[in-house]
Design a protein around this ligand. Structure first.
Ligand SMILES: *Cc1c(COP(=O)(O)O)cnc(C)c1O
Length: 421
């Protein structure tokens, strides 16, 4: 399979180039030349398949020309010692828990696969990759966890001093070995600028083989389609079309859902739920894309004013807002609605939802009547204990740390989470 830039359909890239470069030099985004279809037999057997079995089939369809199937299978088996379970709140409201990975957020799913794929591409060579990543918190820890002790790859994380929480800082700085964290006296934007400058520096880029682990790497995006299939597997018995409710920031998660649908998974509709940073709901309403400076909210991992995956979505719908509206509806959720949703979800169902998932919960409860035949699947993108301050303020309870994850990837869980109360 070949990949091309959204800004230049003429030049084709191999999977290895697309993954190791991360971004094409022309400032576009990598897209596949086509979206592979899954086998009909796979869809009919879905109900009994584990996340690893599903990931093996789906990744095989995408990457099978470039990587041997047995290698793909070991990669996914190694990347996913956890599941993405569905918790059914009632007949029509379901939560897809994506936080069972080591850093308690869905970004583990993409980062862990990408790490193994990159490592395979540089295996046995003298090539050593240095991955630079600027983080405002969650991405850095998922990338560090994904690449920890991966051969031939070093990771350097830049994070803004005093702007990440204590627990996030522990998750960034306590790895050692091939992971280094640099505390930058500046903002997240400064960190991002420094990463860009390093890429443009002729001396650095000749002495080090620099790569990016940015969330828009195609190798992080494709794995995020796995759990749409895994959710459908768990809900097949409902015999209802599913509506996926995606709390969104940079729109990688939602783009992966569109991939899953185009691969053949019967998905009813998508609900793009955002906080006040509603550039895409606004686009769906008015048909014009106007990126703007982001504003801070309690669902801070979604505070994105210029969602880069918009250009992939536009490409997938041939630049037609009408076509995009057929599949996706946008809902903007205020801070007050987010907190009310956390309360309502807890009072009504006894379920503690984090502020990001709560944006999705509100969007579904507010619009479920417009989808009378569908069952809603809300993507719960982080464990509530990652945002314990907001949860405590709102629900007056301290979210429990998941004990069953005490040890993953050979590292003791407790080391990273001593910051939690
Ligand atoms: C990154 C993140 C999001 C946003 O996901 P996108 O793919 O950027 O839309 C939502 N919730 C949490 C907890 C995140 O870390």
């Amino acid at each position: 399979m070949k990949y091309y830039s959204t800004k230049d359909a003429a030049r084709a890239y191999s999977l290895e180039e697309a993954v190791l470069l991360g971004l094409p030099k022309d400032n576009g985004l990598f897209m596949p030349e086509r979206i592979p279809l899954v086998d009909p037999a796979f869809l009919s057997a879905l109900e009994n398949m584990s996340l690893v079995e599903i990931a093996s089939h789906v990744a095989g369809k995408w990457f099978g020309d470039d990587v041997p199937e047995s290698v793909i299978h070991s990669m996914v088996a190694d990347a996913y010692p956890f599941d993405t379970p569905v918790v059914s709140l009632d007949d029509r409201t379901h939560v897809l828990e994506l936080f069972h990975g080591p850093t308690l957020a869905f970004k583990d799913v993409g980062a862990r696969f990408m790490a193994r794929l990159m490592s395979w591409f540089v295996r046995g060579s003298n090539r050593k990759l240095t991955i630079l990543v600027a983080t405002s918190g969650d991405t850095g820890s998922a990338v560090a966890s994904g690449f920890f002790n991966v051969e031939n790859i070093d990771v350097v994380i830049l994070y803004p001093s005093g702007k990440v929480s204590e627990s996030q800082e522990k998750q960034l700085t306590t790895w050692g070995n091939n992971i280094s964290a640099l505390e930058v006296n500046g903002t997240f934007d400064d960190c991002q600028r420094m990463v860009k400058e390093a890429f443009l520096d002729p001396q650095l880029s000749t002495t080090l083989s620099l790569s990016s682990a940015n969330s828009i790497n195609i190798a992080r995006l494709v794995p995020q389609s796995f759990y749409y299939f895994r959710a459908a597997a768990q809900l097949q018995k409902l015999e209802k079309p599913l509506s996926f409710v995606v709390p969104s920031g940079n729109f990688g998660n939602l783009t992966a859902g569109i991939f899953a649908k185009r691969m053949g998974l019967p998905i009813g509709s998508f609900i793009a739920a955002t906080n006040a940073n509603d550039v895409i709901p606004d686009y769906l309403l008015h048909g014009a894309f106007h990126p703007r400076t982001s504003v801070s909210t309690i669902s801070n991992a979604m505070d994105v004013g210029n969602p880069s995956n918009f250009w992939r979505m536009a490409a997938l719908y041939d630049d037609s807002v009408a076509a995009m509206r057929n599949d996706i509806s946008g809902v903007r959720v205020s801070e007050e609605e987010t907190r009310k949703a956390m309360l309502d979800c807890h009072q009504r169902f006894g379920y503690v939802i984090d502020p990001h998932g709560a944006v999705g919960y509100h969007a579904w409860r507010a619009t479920m009547n417009q989808h009378p035949d569908e069952a809603g699947v809300i993507l719960e993108t982080a464990h509530p204990s990652k945002f314990s301050n907001v949860v405590e303020e709102t629900l007056h309870l301290v979210p429990e740390m998941p004990q069953r994850l005490a040890e993953i990837g050979g590292r003791r869980w407790i080391l990273y989470f001593t910051g939690f109360r």
